[in-house]
Design a protein around this ligand. Structure first.
Ligand SMILES: Nc1nc2c(c(=O)[nH]1)N[C@H]1C(S)=C(S)[C@@H](COP(=O)(O)OP(=O)(O)OC[C@H]3O[C@@H](n4cnc5c(=O)[nH]c(N)nc54)[C@H](O)[C@@H]3O)O[C@H]1N2
Ligand SMILES: Nc1nc2c(c(=O)[nH]1)N[C@H]1C(S)=C(S)[C@@H](COP(=O)(O)OP(=O)(O)OC[C@H]3O[C@@H](n4cnc5c(=O)[nH]c(N)nc54)[C@H](O)[C@@H]3O)O[C@H]1N2
Ligand code: SF4
Ligand SMILES: [Mo]
Length: 705
């Protein structure tokens, strides 16, 4: 038994599934989790049990999956799955739940105005959902108050890419280019745990003799693979990048022809870099001068080189300037826009790239258009059949939105799709207070996440393998996620929820629940924008294993490497921008003498809402831990495996001490997959991207009696 859509998977090699008692339907689709969007085949039989095998036709994973991917099927059958709407904690009928939400929205907006209702989305939502959510906010709610968790993810890299290249295609080349490079500098990424199949591209490069340089305060599994590990102090990447550029210029590695013909603004940066001599950079970053030089030699002597950033470098109140400094280095070496070389941000969430393009951002309309651009408003309004003057303007960024909830003048209702901010937002204790101050909190989810548990109305939704839609992976390749099993009875898709609410708010048309219909409209709305999907169809995606945007017409091949001839700036030149290093927003002092940095472990995903419900993953990684150096452990008087309290100015939490020489003695690391860690983090925001400072704040340690 083969589903109709299967006839369109083209050259996909059908790997034979394990011997099965009954005939299974095989569906070629993608992983529910991260931005690598590994291709997988989901084989489903009579019940809802599925077997997952990796696809070999998707270059990003080429036959690989990580533990989260292999075990993703459990999400479908998990006993913790939501199947009934909850109205103030009680099971409710769908009509009653949706009627209640619509009535309360009307009442709240009548009393306080359209902006009293806010929407929060997620980078895990399909393009169709992200698009319809943005349209729902602007057209059905007429609110400006919409933003999403991508603000917490790659927004600094996005802002820096737009500043330098005029466009934000996180990785502006196919991922397979990595293996052909001769040197790669990875600042603040731990792909061996966050995207394990990505590692094959890095090791492919190393097997060819290429060099990997990793900047991380911890000797991570990724840093262990590296030829050179720069174990910098948290929050000092900006100084590091300035120092590398200083050495590169001083030692004659600047690509003068490239700088002259493909860039603007170099002179100001060259002047600003003069004071960043290596000894000064060593003092700030802790990276020895010899290693700074070695890194520059490896990059500068490479025929093809790449500079990559991950969240470690980006999630800072100076994240945009930090990425800009790395981009300046890449530009000086002549890398971006050259085949086989370049700068890339390694995007995180499943649809982290597509989710930032189609209008769930506070300042954005579909196609990566700016909401304050009159031409963009006119185009999108015409697709939506509304008056451009009726479209709201820009709203608050994610943290500012959460922080304003229930305050005088702030939103009084929040509709949340695809995020668990009670666990994942900075200074989460404050966010909990703000959510509690709302008149109405509505959460759509398929599990009772911490945030859903605090909601007035919970709407149980379909998940990855139970619905179709497009996802744009970290390369900018638009992929098709296909329905592989029928959803359990009682749940509705996010699109159907939006559609049902829109009808109740007086919009009988314009909010289809069918993903394909939404995608057809998205194509029109994005046409002519930076992220142009006009030429992409579900059939093409299936036949071509994905299409790279921009793709303005059906006979256009798509754009794997958008910057080869020119950058997306008005004059086609990339921009250097002079930036200055500054210390973390909250630096060390006598009372809080240690840096806390946060991040991920292999077995868990994000707030843990999904992976903490999967037995194999909780067995692999059962509890929150505090990674600390043996010297520090000794001075605190704690041994490996003992509980430990970590305290910041904003809150306190506990974890099990994990004593290891792999971390700097002045730094502790905690994963944020469990509630508690974000009680500590600092919500200081980057002035441009509004990214919070997740990666560095000051803490002290206390023994637990
Ligand atoms: N297993 C797993 N995989 C995931 C996810 C997950 O939750 N779990 N989430 C996905 C998402 S949304 C994202 S955004 C990506 C994130 O992918 P990564 O960016 O690889 O993940 P992080 O662990 O947040 O941070 C990477 C590294 O930054 C280091 N770091 C901390 N502070 C600093 C600093 O100041 N400077 C530098 N240079 N490094 C620092 C940390 O030690 C850590 O090893 O992963 C995706 N993949
Ligand atoms: N301290 C610290 N905090 C961080 C970070 C860090 O490095 N350190 N990283 C930040 C980053 S990079 C990110 S991306 C955020 C992520 O943090 P969150 O935004 O909380 O992301 P998830 O945990 O993936 O939450 C997604 C929720 O939506 C549900 N869900 C998944 N798919 C769908 C869907 O299609 N529809 C609906 N309705 N629901 C869905 C899931 O079950 C889950 O409950 O965390 C940020 N917070
Ligand atoms: S690397 Fe990411 S996309 Fe691939 S299997 Fe793991 S979680 Fe899924
Ligand atoms: Mo992320």
């Amino acid at each position: 038994m083969v589903k109709p859509l299967e006839s369109t998977i083209g050259s996909m090699p059908t790997t034979s599934p394990p011997v099965l008692e009954s005939v299974k339907t095989e569906t070629a689709t993608h992983c529910p989790y991260c931005a690598l969007q590994c291709g997988m085949i989901v084989a489903a039989g009579e019940g809802r049990e599925v077997t997952i095998t990796p696809r070999t036709d998707i270059p990003a994973n080429a036959g690989g999956l990580c533990q989260k991917g292999w075990t993703a099927g459990e999400l479908l059958t998990n006993g913790t799955r939501l199947t009934t709407p909850l109205l103030y904690g009680e099971p409710a009928r769908w009509d009653d739940a949706l009627d209640h939400v619509a009535t309360r929205i009307r009442e709240i907006q009548d009393e306080h105005g359209p902006d009293a209702v806010a929407v929060f989305g997620g980078g895990g939502l399909t393009n169709e959902k992200a698009y319809l959510l943005g349209k729902f906010a602007r057209v059905a709610l007429r609110t400006s108050q919409i933003d999403y968790n991508g603000r917490f993810c790659m927004s600094s890299a996005a802002a820096a890419s737009i500043r330098a290249f005029g466009m934000d295609r996180g990785m502006p080349f196919p991922i397979t280019d990595l293996a052909a490079a001769d040197a790669i500098l990875l600042a603040g990424g731990n792909m061996a745990e966050t995207m394990p199949p990505f590692v094959r591209h890095l090791s492919g490069m190393r097997e060819r003799g290429g060099a990997l340089i990793v900047a991380d305060p911890r000797l991570t599994p990724t840093a262990k693979m590296a030829d050179l590990h720069l174990q910098l102090t948290p929050g000092t990447d900006l100084a590091l990048a300035l120092g590398l550029l200083h050495v590169a210029l001083a030692e004659g590695y600047a690509d003068d022809d490239y700088i002259a013909t493909r860039t603007a603004g170099f002179d100001a940066v060259a002047t600003s870099i003069a004071a960043w001599w290596p000894e000064r950079v060593e003092r700030i970053t802790g990276v020895p001068v010899a290693q700074l030089r070695q890194a520059v030699h490896l990059l500068g002597n490479a025929r093809r080189a790449m500079v990559l950033t991950g969240r470690g470098a980006e999630q800072h109140a100076k994240g945009t300037d930090t990425v800009t400094a790395f981009v300046n280095l890449a530009l000086a070496l002549g890398l971006p826009g050259r085949e086989g070389s370049g700068y890339a941000c390694v995007t995180g969430q499943g649809n982290g790239q597509g989710g930032r393009e189609h209008g769930q951002k506070a300042d954005q309309l579909p196609g990566y258009r700016k909401i304050d651009d009159p031409a963009a408003r006119a185009h999108v309004a015409s697709v939506w059949g509304v008056d451009p003057a009726d479209l709201p303007g820009a709203g608050r960024s994610a943290y500012e939105l959460l922080d304003a909830l229930g305050t005088p003048g702030g939103p009084r209702a929040l509709l949340l799709f695809g995020s668990n901010p009670l666990v994942s937002a900075p200074e989460a204790g404050r966010v909990a207070d703000r959510l509690a101050a709302l008149d109405l909190l509505v959460v759509s989810d398929f599990v009772l996440s911490e945030t859903a548990a605090a909601a007035d109305v919970v709407l149980p939704t379909t998940q990855w393998a139970e619905e179709s839609g497009t996802m744009t992976n970290l390369e900018g390749r638009v992929l098709l996620r296909r329905e592989a099993v029928a959803p359990p009875s009682g749940v509705r898709s996010d699109l159907s929820i939006l559609s049902g609410l829109a009808v109740r708010l007086g919009h009988d048309a314009g909010f289809p629940a069918d993903p394909r219909a939404v995608f057809e409209e998205l194509r029109l709305a994005s046409a002519g924008g930076a992220a142009d999907y006009a030429g992409i169809t579900y059939e093409r995606i299936a036949a071509e294993t994905g299409v790279f945007w921009p793709c303005p017409a059906e006979d256009h091949p798509g754009t794997p490497r958008p910057f080869l001839d020119r950058f997306a700036t008005p004059d086609g030149l990339a921009r250097f921008t002079a930036v200055e290093h500054r210390p973390p927003e909250e630096d060390l002092d006598v009372e809080y003498p240690l840096y806390l940095t946060t991040g991920r472990v292999l077995a868990h995903y994000q707030s843990g809402a999904q992976t903490r419900r999967i037995a194999a993953l909780t067995a692999a990684s059962p509890e929150v831990f505090v990674e600390l150096h043996p010297d520090l452990a000794e001075s605190v008087g704690v041994t490996h495996g003992e509980p430990l309290r970590v305290v910041s100015r904003r809150g306190a939490t506990e974890g099990i001490a994990r004593v290891t020489g792999a971390i700097r003695p002045d730094t502790v690391f905690m994963p944020f997959h469990w509630p508690g860690v974000n009680l500590l983090t600092n919500p200081a925001l980057d002035p441009l991207s509004r990214m919070p400072e997740f990666k560095v704040c000051a803490v002290k340690l206390e023994r637990v009696a």
